[in-house]
Design a protein around this ligand. Structure first.
Ligand code: C2E
Ligand code: MG
Ligand code: MG
Length: 904
């Protein structure tokens, strides 16, 4: 049952409707009692005819009004169809008009002259018939199709004709026979008879029309009431014709009963609507056998028989009886035909259903096979061709076992055994041989229909799931593997690691985990593009696998992070051995996008012990790898329990440094740079110091690497630049300040504006600022670095290469780069030759610098001999403890005043 909104409306009647219903119920009870009393009174023969007539007519009025009010109530419920609402209103009006007619008619009994009121009373009565007809017709929906219209028309005609015969014989005929005696009465009675015909028409239409089933009882009651009206009218007309006053006679009793039925019908209709009783689908009237037309035929024959009584003869009687018999036989024949039709229609529907099921089974995408108790195929659907490649009937007569691999034969029993007991088995998976000899996987459901006489076998529904299985396997693979390299991913590795750990705990050999992080992979990605980066990763994966045994697992954890699980590694040495093999495999140059690239990886190694927790092994490997990275590129580190502390310390340092930067704990010391000829200091290098609240002054080597790794160097660098320029402003126009820039700073696009704003804020001239860049910056030199250096040069700022000679940068760079100053690394002047001279390399570098017109500044001069050797080699400037240690800014001023010239 569908519960749409409309039905809910009907299920929940508003308060007004509920009130109407109970009011109507009380009214119907009242009406019934009233009519009952009337009948009792009617049967008591105590009054004179005239009084009786007066009382009888008077008594009709309240009953008529009650019927009108009930009809009005019936038109009110919310869920009512508009058609029915209109119909009940029309009926209510009709009934009220009838009661009005009675009221006016009553006046003739209280002395008012009949001719004065008669016309009005009759008008009232007649209009009552019109409204009743309109009301009855309103109930009906016009039949939709031709067949329905035909049936409807014929049935209505039958009912009308049957009723017409009765009215004709009992009313119209007798009335017409009086035409010569009392023409006036004849006209009036004829008019009433015609009005009756109207109502008869309404009844015919309604009695055979299609109405909602739930209202059927109400309608029948209504029609009964109206038939009573017709009967009353006929009796009334006959009384008139016979010259008897009809008022107070049997016609009145019937009219009264009419009000009872009509009122009751209105109440029943109201009740059905407001209770929202389930609307049963309208039945097809034509398929059902209708009684009303038969009743009409019966009435017709009764009338005919009655008319024959006056001149009864055996011939006539016989003929009538024969006609009745004939009609009866024809009707019976009709009934049989209808029944037969219904049966045939049912059979056709059943055949259609069967055909539908057959074609469903035959065209099903699954294969359906029926096997007998011996497991021999008795039936196969044509889909065997499509599903397994077996032609029509190819399987019939074969044993189903022959389709399975020999070793799987037992699985048949496993599937069929439960089916034998329970009816249907759970889905099982079989391997089946296809028609072309290939194997496929199929899902089988067995249903035991051995007891079903239509089947007598076990039905196997077979669905090929090879493709689905394949897809599932693919999905599983995707979920556990890295899509780029095809290596297992972190999830799969974690699973294997935990299995290996479990094996170790059960007494097997320990396993070990290697965590690899490629060095400088970001540089490859940035300079060569992501697709080249991908190629490198794929090649690395290939090489990793080539270094491993089949029981080991190489995995990609994401980005440039790989891992290797070595099963059954006896000790650290074995693990290191593999790590070295991997390292040398990676070192071999690979050709990527037309360029030779060689990669290295930092490796952390953990030997799994017997009792670490799951997940701990990964964390330890991480720590070891972290340590390896910290020590330099391409190194291996085996995990030791102490490493955690180191890592923790570093994390602590990082947090401390962050705080220090915020609190301004980074301060500047300055080391003078001296001109060898004049002995005067020509500038100073700004060197960062961390003035730690508890640990005192911390040197850059302890915090600059952390700052660079975390990006804090950007904030520190900006601070140093501003401060250095500010102090240098106090040193006079011909002294410069050197500021160290880290590679990270140079990669930031904002560095140029930073320098501009530092100069503007402090008023320092651009040529008073030297930016020192270490050689390592030049190693990862990119177009943007060179461009940035040029932009800085364009400001008038000078650029120095720091620690020159320690890196691998070729001298060829020097020509290409916008450089003004070379800072000779201290290592050149450390071990002087026995004759107290610089090494040939150092001298060569100085010559080269001079040839390129670069200013040479020597670093780390600690002794006088070193200074002398430098002067002899043609170096003009330098800095070092021999001249001055790095000092606080105010010490620098004092030092300037006391500057001693130590050069001879
Ligand atoms: P650097 O730029 O080469 O600075 C020279 C380093 O040599 C300074 O070490 C200085 O104290 C030291 N030094 C000077 N004369 C002598 C000497 O006669 N003998 C010896 N043995 N050493 C001498 P410091 O101050 O510890 O700085 C170390 C490095 O930290 C610097 O090397 C520089 O690369 C970096 N650094 C310092 N301050 C900053 C900064 O503000 N930003 C950046 N990015 N790096 C900085
Ligand atoms: Mg420096
Ligand atoms: Mg240096």
């Amino acid at each position: 049952m569908s519960r749409n909104g409309r039905q809910f409306d009907a299920l929940a009647p508003g308060p007004a409707v509920g009130a109407s219903e109970s009011a109507a119920a009380r009214m119907v009870v009242g009406l019934s009692l009233y009519v009952l009393l009337y009948i009792i009174w009617f049967l008591l023969p105590r009054l004179t005819a005239a009084d009786r007539a007066l009382a009888s007519v008077f008594a009709q009025i309240p009953a008529g009004l009650a019927a009108a009010v009930l009809s009005l109530l019936a038109s009110r419920p919310a869920g009512l169809q508009p058609r029915a609402r209109r119909a009940w209103r029309l009926l209510a009006t009709g009934f009220a008009l009838y009661a009005l007619g009675d009221l006016i008619w009553l006046l003739t009994y209280v002395g008012i002259e009949e001719s004065r009121v008669l016309a009005v009373a009759r008008l009232s009565y007649f209009s009552h018939y019109v409204f009743v007809l309109l009301g009855l017709v309103s109930f009906q929906r016009f039949p939709k199709n031709r067949r329905e219209r035909m049936t409807f028309g014929l049935d209505a005609a039958t009912v009308f004709l049957g009723g017409l015969m009765a009215i004709w014989y009992f009313a119209i005929g007798p009335i017409a026979s009086q035409a010569h005696a009392n023409p006036n009465m004849v006209y009036v009675q004829m008019a009433f008879a015609l009005a009756d015909l109207q109502v008869l028409l309404g009844i015919a239409v309604n009695g055979v029309g299609r109405g909602e089933e739930r209202y059927r009882a109400a309608f029948m009651t209504l029609l009964t009431g109206l038939v009573a009206l017709l009967a009353g009218d006929i009796i009334y007309a006959q009384s008139r014709v016979a010259g008897i006053t009809p008022d107070g006679g049997p016609a009145d009793l019937i009219f009264m009963l009419r009000w009872l039925f009509v009122g009751l019908a209105a109440y029943m209709h109201l009740r059905v609507t407001s209770r929202g009783e389930t609307a049963i689908r309208e039945g097809l009237r034509s398929d059902r056998f209708d009684l009303l037309p038969l009743v009409a035929v019966g009435i017709g024959y009764l009338t005919l028989t009655a008319s024959s009584f006056e001149q009864w003869s055996s011939t006539r009687g016989g003929l009538i009886l024969a006609a009745v018999g004939l009609t009866g036989v024809v009707l019976a024949r009709q009934v049989t035909a209808v029944r037969e039709n219904v049966r045939l229609a049912g059979e056709a529907a059943a055949r259609q259903t069967e055909a539908r099921f057959r074609s469903l089974v035959q065209n099903a995408s699954d294969l359906i096979v029926v096997v007998d108790e011996e497991g021999i195929v008795r039936y196969q659907t044509p889909s065997a061709e499509r599903v397994l490649g077996y032609g029509a009937e190819a399987l019939v007569g074969t044993r189903i076992v022959s389709l399975l691999p020999a070793e799987d034969a037992a699985s048949i029993d496993a599937t069929l055994a439960p089916a034998r007991q329970k009816g249907a088995s759970a889905p099982a998976e079989w391997r089946l041989r296809r028609g072309d000899g290939r194997w496929t996987r199929a899902e089988i459901i067995a249903t035991n229909l051995l007891d079903d006489p239509n089947v007598r076998g076990v039905v196997l529904t077979i669905r090929d799931i090879e493709e689905r299985k394949h897809f599932e396997e693919q999905l599983r693979h995707q979920a556990l593997h890295d899509s780029l390299t095809g290596l297992p991913n972190r999830a799969l590795l974690a699973d294997r690691v935990s299995h290996a750990q479990a094996r170790g705990q059960r007494g097997g050999l320990p396993s070990s985990l290697l965590l690899l992080d490629l060095d400088d992979f970001k540089t490859i990605n940035d300079s060569m593009g992501h697709s080249a980066g991908d190629d490198v990763l794929v090649e690395v994966a290939k090489r990793l696998k080539s270094c491993l045994r089949s029981i080991d697992t190489a995995a990609r954890l994401g980005g440039d992070e790989f891992a290797v699980l070595l099963e059954d590694t006896p000790d650290e040495v074995a693990a290191l051995d593999v790590a070295n093999r991997i390292a040398s495999a990676l070192r071999a140059p690979m050709r990527i996008a037309g360029t030779e690239v060689s990669v290295s990886a930092s490796v952390g190694i953990v030997l799994s012990g017997r009792d670490e927790l799951e997940g701990e092994i990964f964390r330890n490997a991480d720590v070891a790898m972290y340590q390896a990275k910290k020590r330099g590129k391409g190194l291996c580190e085996v995990y030791e329990p102490g490493m955690h502390a180191a890592v923790l310390e570093r994390l602590q340092l990082e947090a401390d440094l962050r705080r220090a930067v915020a609190l301004g704990e980074i301060v500047l010391h300055f080391q003078p740079i001296v001109d060898f000829h004049t002995g005067a200091w020509v500038g100073a290098e700004a060197l960062a110091r961390w003035s730690h609240p508890t640990r005192g002054l911390i040197l850059p080597s302890s915090f600059i690497p952390v700052a660079e790794a975390t990006g804090l160097i950007l904030a520190i660098g900006r601070h140093v630049l501003e401060e250095a320029c500010r102090f240098a402003g106090e040193w006079g126009r011909d002294r410069h300040v050197s500021v160290n820039l880290s590679a990270r700073q140079l990669q930031e696009p904002g560095i140029v504006t930073q320098v501009v704003s530092a100069l503007r804020h402090t008023g320092l001239r651009p040529d008073q600022l030297v930016l020192e860049i270490t050689e390592s910056v030049l190693m990862i030199e990119t177009e943007s670095t060179i461009q940035r250096l040029n932009e800085l040069k364009a400001l008038g700022v000078r650029v120095a290469i720091d620690d020159f000679g320690t890196g691998y940068s070729s001298l060829a760079y020097l020509e290409k780069l916008p450089v003004d100053i070379l800072k000779l690394d201290q290592s050149f002047i450390r071990g002087l030759a026995p004759d107290g001279d610089l090494s040939p390399v150092a001298r060569g570098v100085i010559d080269l610098g001079r040839a390129l017109d670069l200013e040479i500044v020597a670093e780390g001069i600690e002794r006088q001999e070193e200074a002398n050797a430098l002067i002899r080699a043609g170096c003009t400037r330098g800095q070092g403890y021999y001249f001055a240690r790095p000092m606080e800014p105010h010490d620098l001023r004092r030092h300037f005043v006391e500057a001693r010239v130590k050069v001879s």
